[in-house]
Design a protein around this ligand. Sequence first.
Ligand code: BGC
Length: 756
Amino acid sequence: MKSIAASFIAILLTVSVFAQSDYTAKAKALLAKMTTEEKIGQLNLVTPGGGVATGSVVSQDVETKIKKGQVGGLFGIFGPEKVRQAQDLAVKNSRLHIPLIFGLDVIHGHKTIFPIPLGLSSSWDLGLIEKSARIAATEASADGLQWAFSPMVDIARDARWGRISEGNGEDPWLGGQIAKAMVRGYQGKDLSANNNIMACVKHFALYGAAEAGREYNTVDMSRVKMYEYYLPPYKAAVEAGAGSIMSSFNEIDAVPATGNKWLLTDLLRKQWGFKGFVVSDYTSLNEMTNHGIGDLQTVAARALNAGLDMDMVGEGMLTTLGKSLKEGKVTMAQIDAACLRILEAKFKLGLFDNPYKYVDESRPAKDILTNETRKASREIATHSMVLLKNANQLLPLRKSGTIALVGPLADNKRNMLGTWVVAGDWTKSVSVAEGIKNVAPAANIIYAKGANISDDSMLVKNANALGVEIEPEQQSAEAMLNDALAAANKADVVVAVLGEAADMSGESSSRSDIGLPESQLNLLKALVKTGKPIVLVLINGRPLTLTWEDAHVPAILEAWAPGTEAGNAIADVLFGDYNPSGKITATFPRSVGQIPIYYNHKNTGRPYDGKGSGKFKSYYMDISNDPLYPFGYGLSYTSFSYGSLSADKHSLKGNETLTCSIPVTNTGKFAGEETVQWYITDPVASITRSVEDLKGFQKVWLQPGETKVISFKITTADLKFYNGDLKYDWEPGEFIIRAGTNSASTQSVSVQWNKK
Ligand code: BGC
């Protein structure tokens, strides 16, 4: 038995010789001992199944491959026992005992689930967002993991694309702030601590710009648009020290991201200085063959040449790089560079010091799904909700009287967690019915389902692809509707909980119609006809078209998929224990025909101001240009009024600082929080600019009657943009500073800013 233990210790000793030196030196020393096959083995990421297999294959013969040193990392399993077993295979059986890295799609929580990312971003609360990632890191690491396939920072301007739910909306600056907060939350200060895990920023790059909002579709855009609007969040995550990056499925400039040298080497490593490793998305390397740029050997070589380090599931690198090396299609230096980056990551994570440092059977009971983590999830969920409408102050509700609780999502646990929940257990979630009972025990609740989530067989089949999320009732639609109307007629108020099943948004969940499904809209229309006051609570993963709802329903609360504490958090908001403060981070269109629609659009040569005839102007004949709800929009139970915006200077030079200020008063009856937003317009430049760009925000808590003056300091850094030569700089001239409650409702001041 000397062999296993002794050689394991020998490896640790070899490594600990460099205990105080840098990871690169340690990794290089190990690399020098490795055969070509072992090096290529480190580039191989496998999944034995057990997670969500999003590609057409799961890995085969995983155990044998690990023992042969043909696996660098593994994802899809979790729990100390399973991780220990798999790690044993590597450190006790493979020749060099190199530990595996264990990853998982920890996207919005591990087992304590937080709101979907689009919801989290609507909180505009970077502290809470960071906290959600921190808790996810603690839970995931307690479950043996050290690598999260998150944050997903793809900018999306198209709500048909299902993965808009997984990102932070449409704004590059806010997206960057959130990306940093997430990386900080996962990685902490020191990756070698056993409760910090490595982030994997995805999907690099531009994945959210899929044509027609159809999943995995072609992306094609100008460099200026990329640099200015799509790349900033990835760059911000790199600046925050993210340890790894995942390449995306789409092409960029007619070359798939996974084999795109400009993207993975010139931009990411040379321009941005990224030092971590790049992993492909699930079989995205192999899929380059479908994209039409060659057979498996060709695309694997191309990916390595481009700067890809690790191949997720497809084993194109494992099976062809040896041959390509012999044929001179790749070099040993390239294989070494990729392998080195993966080894460095493992050193950073402390896996060579102790491959089992994340394996502690006592941790799950202490660290996972505790009262504390549930409390945090409830708090964060309340902050993510957006009050879209509240006519006649229908909300908050009294905790008494009779409430008709209606809708297919009203007494439903299955769909509270939202998309991309691998380890989370929906049976542990709180339904809205339970939450209302917890928060308002004295209220009389009459429940009726009223309708199925959808009766459209195609939609139901696709939404249920990963498990039954839409369970059609035996009862007829008419009988269900009658129950709901009977409940409504007996009630003082109707709370209708409607929306999407969890996987009606997320990966491969594009929709061409983003309204409420017909079955639910019919229910809502019938409820409205009763004349009872209706509160519409929406559970969904994307901006929906709510034009009819906005015109006919007095109160609308966008709750997203709120996570484990869904029902409690919704009830906290409905009954006023928490006064909603969320603001949407993706524009809600009036109609799907307006898509792509986003606030930071360009002016045109023929802009239409909405007044008079639009003939020969940039407009639609049949609908206004404006969205239903603009970026940054969200109401409160109280009201805020803004005083006049002022600037401390109107003419500035060079690196001076401008301070703009605006008083904000709580003019309503409830204490509440407002998110004051700052936008800048650069009306004349060498290339066309957006009509405005978000550059800052402050959250301010105000008691009724209280006023605070909010100030924003602007430097020339806030004026910079990527010009026609992709140089990041500012150009002198006029700038318009805007402040307000959302992107479409601001005051402005104009200043002149010259170089000298
Ligand atoms: C998704 C990634 C995910 C990966 C691994 C892919 O299909 O695009 O976001 O991390 O699967 O599960």
